[in-house]
Design a protein around this ligand. Structure first.
Ligand code: CMX
Length: 435
């Protein structure tokens, strides 16, 4: 018997009953008001969705089932050298709301290994694409191509009872997450290493095996992957990749279609692609300035020239956060501990000093602080993962943990098709005229 599945079913059954009673008693109570600015402004801050796995506070940052990132590092089971948390543990926590034991995490690592077989046709789909296809396009197509294996789609065709939707969704989630490192590593090796692929190492944890298949050896890089795949996993439900996964899933598209949808959203430069944009922008700046160690004044001039050409400073700003992102701070802590003398890391830290006051002086940027994407590139470059167009795929492998555990909850709680209301500007004008 699958202990995680059993636990999930127990927890979900209890919460479903509680929600039903709550809706019966309080269903018509008001929880929010909407302004015209929010309607035109990307629905910022409007409460429209339930997302059990994590919640974002503008000042404190993300909490996964109540645990902040520094707390997670304390309480989650760690890699073999006891330094960084294992993302398997975070998945367990997000799915059932409990910190797993070492034994439970070991079980999950083994489960994902047994489920990690990628269908042959997915490799064929990847191999049929031009090598210079963006890695996110490859990633999204590879995920969609595995839809042939969806347990949910098969069970739906057979006429599954609504009450059981969560079961094949859980199976799809586990299978899909198990396969992502192999797919991502395959994309990396075919795109940048002449298709010289590396077989999985079944003695390793999920992150360690991923690092191995990428072809980057060393315990420190494995630790970086453990941290990276943990901190990027979830950021409540309103961000574009989570919301896209949620929306697609609400039509009862299975986990493969839903995650592919989420990954297409992650591929945008205002979202996950910002991690590639940050390092590209830094290298362009170093080239333009002709130095590897620019002064703060030089950086400030370059920031101003980027802004005056009508572009954003990648890695800075956030739709919800109003403080430096704890995910940025966790990566800074890692850099301080492992690679504090790295030249690119030092540039990232100088940018951290220079950019916030400049953005603040514009008077319109609501959050002048760095987000998760401002630091990751410098860490990856240090360990030899220099091909920055691959970076968003790493983000995607991690993000799957959060959005797919949330998808399991959506099916278990019987959430309906998502269908918010849109209006035309004509409607807005005539409504205003009546106010
Ligand atoms: N550089 C320059 N201008 C910025 C800025 C930045 N980093 N961040 C926000 N602004 C500008 C906006 O473009 C907007 O300008 P206009 O009014 O002229 O259109 C104004 O400030 C107000 O925007 P905001 O309310 O502060 O920010 P939003 O909620 O609209 O957008 C975000 C948030 C992340 C898209 C934006 O800050 C941004 O473009 N940042 C750079 C890209 C980035 O790092 N994205 C990654 C975010 C994390 C992730 O999802 O991975």
């Amino acid at each position: 018997m699958d202990p995680l599945k059993t636990k999930f079913n127990e927890k979900a059954t209890a919460l479903r009953t509680e929600i039903r009673a709550m809706l019966k008693e309080h269903g018509n109570k008001k929880f929010d008001e909407v302004t015209l600015k929010q309607i035109y402004g990307g629905a910022r801050g409007i409460k429209t969705m339930i997302w059990e796995t994590s919640q974002l506070d503008p000042i404190e940052g993300i909490r996964f089932r109540g645990y902040s990132i520094p707390e997670l590092r304390e309480v989650l089971p760690k890699g073999p050298d006891g330094k960084e948390p294992r993302p398997e543990g975070l998945f367990w926590l997000m799915l059932v709301g409990e910190i797993p034991t070492e034994q439970e995490v070991k079980w999950l690592t083994e489960q994902w290994l047994t489920r990690s077989h990628v269908p042959e046709h997915t490799f064929k789909v990847l191999d049929s694409l031009p090598v210079n296809t963006h890695p996110m396009t490859q990633f999204s197509l590879a995920i969609a191509s595995m839809q042939t294996e969806s347990c949910f789609a098969r069970r739906y065709d057979e006429g599954i009872d609504k009450a059981d939707y969560w079961d094949p969704t859980y199976e799809d989630t586990m299978n899909l997450i198990a396969r992502l490192p192999r797919i991502a590593a395959y994309i990396y090796r075919r795109t940048y290493h002449n298709g010289d692929h590396i077989s999985p190492d079944v003695s390793q944890d999920w992150s360690g095996n991923f690092a191995h298949m990428l072809g980057i050896e060393g315990d420190d890089f494995k630790n970086l992957m453990r941290l990276y795949l943990t901190i990027h996993a979830d950021h409540e439900g309103g961000n574009a990749s989570a919301h896209a996964t949620h929306l697609v899933g609400s039509t009862l598209s299975d986990a493969y279609y839903s995650l592919a949808g989420g990954m297409n959203a992650l591929a945008g430069p205002l979202h996950g692609l910002a991690n590639q944009e940050v390092i590209r922008w830094i290298f362009k700046m170093l080239d333009a300035l002709g130095t590897k160690s620019p002064s703060k004044e030089q950086i400030a001039d370059y920031v101003n020239s980027t802004l005056s050409s009508g572009q954003v400073i990648p890695g800075y700003g956030h739709a919800v956060l109003r403080q430096p992102d704890p995910r940025f701070m966790a990566q800074k802590r890692f850099a301080e501990e492992y690679i504090k003398d790295d030249e690119v890391v030092k540039v990232v830290w100088k940018i951290f000093d220079v950019v916030p006051p400049i953005l603040e002086s514009l008077g319109k940027v609501k959050n002048p602080w760095p987000n998760v994407d401002a630091h990751s590139g410098a860490l990856l470059v240090h360990y030899g993962l220099k091909e920055y167009s691959f970076y968003t795929v790493l983000f995607g492998v991690s993000r799957a943990l959060g959005v797919l555990s949330a998808l399991c909850w959506s099916r278990a709680l019987g959430f309906p098709l998502e269908r918010p209301k849109s209006v035309t500007t004509e409607w807005v004008k005539s409504t205003l005229a009546k106010m």
